[in-house]
Design a binder for this molecule. Sequence first.
Ligand code: NAD
Length: 396
Amino acid sequence: MIIQPKTRGFICTTAHPEGCAAQVKRQIDYVNGQPAIEGPRSVLVIGASTGYGLASRIVSAFAAGANTIGVYFDKAAEGSRTASAGWYNSAAFEEAAQQAGRKSYSIVGDAFSSEIKAQTIDLIRAELGAVDLVIYSVASPRRTHPVTGETFTSVIKPIGDTYTNKTVNFHSGEVSLATIEPASEEEVQQTVAVMGGEDWQMWIDQLQAAGVLAEGATTVAYSYIGPEITHAVYREGTIGRAKDDLEATALRLNEQLRPGSGRAFVSVNKALVTQSSSAIPVVPLYISALYKVMKEQGLHEGCIEQMYRLFAERLYGTESAAVDERGRIRIDDWEMREEIQAKVAKLWSALTTENVYELSDLAGYRREFFQLFGFETDGIDYETDTNPDVAIPNLR
Ligand code: NAD
């Protein structure tokens, strides 16, 4: 079939297998061009198919030479529907990893469930023995609790006061004011239940109890802080409460793993175009302004550059365990530099529909958004008949 992008708001309902494979190859090529990392040998990535999780898996396999298991929630192609981008990404990753002589396995299903945890533990035991790095990179709008069966929904809302700020429709380029009403206490609790640390804690507890977490293992989950302009809707809003909970979980897990010389961290990453971040009001316009400034300064990074730096410098390098006053790794250090933020703030106050393409990198944002789904990628002929049915080599 001819596969073209079909968008609904910030969602693209189609994905291009060859375009996704080219995007994965670009990330692998980047890593192959960097010095090798003396790092983990066996890695479990939960939320491994897109964004930061996929980049973490690529760095593990291609910079550190590790065997990997990826857990993710993606769909195969069916009838006239293409598979999801994460499916195609994972198929391309697995093929490349196996060609490079690494073991790699996929488990597709709900990471929040007990079944998927049990299946993953069995797979680790059978194929890898134990894992020495666990990356937790799940971003989801919903979670069904594995014990109570209750389903929670996360929302992105401020707490206390109504929030109004600029936002952009990144398809039309229209800059407008978004107003978001504050969350109820119930919505705050539900968001924490989805995006907080409970599921990460459950994974580590169960891996440890099953004896498949190696002595001295490291575990990392990802967080975000960002600039003043997004604080009310992000860091001081519902999702920020969930991140507070995730960060508190890291401190607890660090204590739990310390007797065996293990480590748990939250890494605060840079704002980047991913399927999750495009769903947050205000953030796409902020990212467009940020990209403009960071590209001009030669400091721009994507997911793969961020994750390579995280592994090479912070997790396994000379700055090992360099953390802020709250125990967090700060790989958002370049984004948060004073001079970068001052320039972004200046642009922010001037941004309008008329000047958005000139003052910000909205064109770059849009292109990266489509590239997440394998579109707008050099070297791909989008007019050619393409088979949407792609198998994942080692799907369990
Ligand atoms: P993403 O949407 O690209 O990836 C999410 C991953 O989670 C995918 O692999 C998806 O398949 C998986 N997933 C979702 N629900 C699942 C489920 N029920 N079971 C199994 N897998 C499931 O997201 P991302 O932007 O890479 O976010 C990953 C983490 O990084 C999040 O904690 C996010 O808050 C954090 N982060 C993101 C940014 C950013 O700007 N994108 C910045 C800093 C931190």
